[in-house]
Each structure stands twice: as structure tokens, then as C-alpha cells.
Design a protein around this ligand. Structure first.
Ligand code: SPD
Length: 303
């Protein structure tokens, strides 16, 4: 944090010459967990914010976009998702959205127990999930837990930090292979795949690695003001269902049956978010030797 005259700011440093900074009213809580630095701040513009190692993970003002788009695209593409596996997601925003569907069980596996505890105490974005009998919150390494699991899941949602440190393994073909083997026949996995503008190599890697495992791989995007570049990508790997081809009438029927309403998602957007600009199409069409993640290149690489 930077204190200058009467103003206090938190900064997300993206490049040596490009930093995004947020003026804050106060630091609500800070903790060094065994895995990362956790900060929860009250910002002047975006309400409460969660930063992990000084990277913005969510803000009260725009978290709904990320959480709705990561969850409802696959959950509404699937005719009847009952078992869901969430990788990461310690702030529980993803779990909150999943539990709005009539699922039987949502298993969330977050590595850092401190993120779960601190967000529960100070962020308050998902009050109802902790007492929901369908939610199973496990604090452990998600890929190892999945490897040992004998259960089958309809939907898997990877709500990770960027692929640095512990998170790197959640973007590899090995992880996707493991996920494939634990998935039902019409199952699918979605991961956040970074900024198409600032992290094209990350997006390429995710698409390449998923294509090594899944017959259907599709990229979609959303507008998330507090993520660098604002324009954000998600990538789906699916065994057979094609998320961008879901019919509006069918989506509306499912929304009604499941009694859902949204702040960002709607069926028209469900279709249009798969329409990509030329530069993104070109990024994801490039073949790369899969499985290679060099943080320096993958995180902030202009192309
Ligand atoms: N560059 C930031 C990417 C953050 C992705 N995870 C967000 C977690 C919100 N539940």
C-alpha cells in the first residue's frame, strides 16, 4: 500500500510502466497466509475489495459479472446439473451462484483456508452458502483431491488466481485429463483464462491444453471493470454439449424452472458472448507446445 499525503492507495502492478491504483478508505484486514498475502480493503470507488498478492480478485461492485458468467454459462447449457466441483473460489462467490440452481451437491476445494475464513468474516458476499447442506467446503489441494475422488461431476468450475505458483497446475493438460475422467458424459469444465489483451499467451495455453483433452473447446468473454483490460475471457472444455449453441427458448425454460434471475447474464448474452473479435480468434487459433507455463510469459505478455 502507498500512503501519499492524506490518500491511501492499493496498486495492481501490471507492467513496469503500467499500474492500476485504487484509492481506499481503509485497510479492513491483512494477513500473510502460508500461500499468499491477503488484503481486504474498503475502496472509495468499488466497495470492499479482495486482493491476493496485490492482484485484485473481486470487488463488491462488479463481482457479479465474473461469478455469474463463470457459473451460469455451463450450468444453463447443461440440462440438469446435479453435481458440481469448484476448484479454488475461496471467497465463495462461485459457490453462491451454483447453489441458486437445484443441485444435489456442490463441492468446493480451496487451497487456502485463510481466504475462506477472511472472506467469510470480512467480505460478506455469500452469507447463505455456509449453512447450505448441499455445500461441501474442503480446504485442500484441488487437483490432488480430484485425483483421489471416486465421484462424478456434471460441471467443474476453476475459479483460480492467475497461473502463478500453486495455481499453475490447474491450467495443465494433466489437470484437464484428470477432470475429464471424473466428469459425466455430458459434463464440462470452465476456467477463467485471463485478459485477451494483456495475457494472450495464457489464453492460448488454456485453449491448447484443453484441446489436448476435450472434443469441444470454446472461449467466451465478459466485461469486468476491475480486471486489467476490462475485457475478460473464460474457456469451456466440454465432452459433447456446445455452450454457444444453446437455444434461447430452452435457456428461458431452464431459467424459469430453476427460478433464476440475474444482474449480468441473459440468454441473448449467453449466445453472443461466444462471438469473438478477430484478434482473439487469431490468438486462440495459434498452436503452442502444450503444457508449458512460464509465468513471465503467461501472465503479462502483450503478444
Ligand atoms: N487477474 C485476476 C484474476 C482473478 C480470478 N479469480 C477471481 C476470484 C473471484 N472469485
Amino acid at each position: 500500500m502507498n500512503k501519499k499525503s492524506s490518500n491511501t492507495w492499493v496498486k495492481e502492478k501490471i507492467y513496469p510502466h503500467y499500474t492500476v491504483k485504487y484509492e481506499i478508505k481503509n485497510l479492513i484486514h491483512e494477513k500473510q497466509s502460508p500461500f499468499q498475502n491477503i488484503k481486504i480493503v474498503e475502496s472509495c470507488q468499488f466497495g470492499k475489495m479482495l486482493l491476493l498478492d496485490d492482484i485484485v480478485q473481486l470487488t463488491e461492485v462488479d463481482e457479479f459479472v465474473y461469478h455469474e458468467m463463470l457459473v451460469h454459462i455451463p450450468m444453463l447449457t447443461h440440462p440438469d446439473p446435479k453435481f458440481v466441483y469448484i476448484v479454488g473460489g475461496g471467497d465463495c462467490g462461485i459457490l453462491r451462484e451454483v447453489l441458486r440452481h437445484p443441485v444435489k451437491k456442490a463441492t468446493m476445494v480451496e487451497l487456502d483456508k485463510d481466504v475462506v475464513d477472511e472472506c467469510r468474516q470480512y467480505m460478506n458476499i455469500a452469507e447463505n452458502v455456509y449453512s447450505d447442506k448441499r455445500a461441501d467446503i474442503i480446504c485442500a489441494e484441488a487437483s490432488i483431491t480430484l485425483e483421489k475422488s471416486k465421484d462424478t461431476y456434471d460441471i467443474m468450475l476453476v475459479d483460480s488466481t492467475d497461473p502463478v505458483g500453486e495455481a499453475v497446475k490447474l491450467f495443465t493438460p494433466e489437470f484437464y485429463r484428470n477432470a475429464y475422467s471424473r466428469m459425466s458424459d455430458d459434463g464440462m469444465i470452465v476456467t477463467q483464462s485471463g485478459s485477451p489483451v494483456f495475457q494472450p499467451t495464457m489464453l492460448q495455453m488454456v485453449v491448447n491444453n484443453m484441446k489436448a483433452v476435450f472434443p469441444v473447446v470454446k472461449v467466451y468473454t465478459a466485461i469486468i471493470p476491475t480486471y486489467p483490460g476490462i475485457y475478460w475471457s473464460f474457456t469451456v472444455g466440454s465432452k459433447k454439449l456446445i455452450p454457444g449453441e444453446a437455444k434461447i427458448d430452452e435457456l428461458n425454460k431452464r431459467i424459469k424452472e430453476r427460478n433464476l434471475s440475474f444482474k449480468y447474464y441473459n440468454p441473448e448474452l449467453h449466445q453472443s458472448c461466444f462471438v469473438l473479435p478477430e484478434f482473439v480468434k487469431s490468438t486462440i487459433s495459434k498452436k503452442l507446445p502444450y503444457g508449458i507455463f512460464k509465468s513471465k510469459d503467461v501472465i503479462w505478455n502483450l503478444g
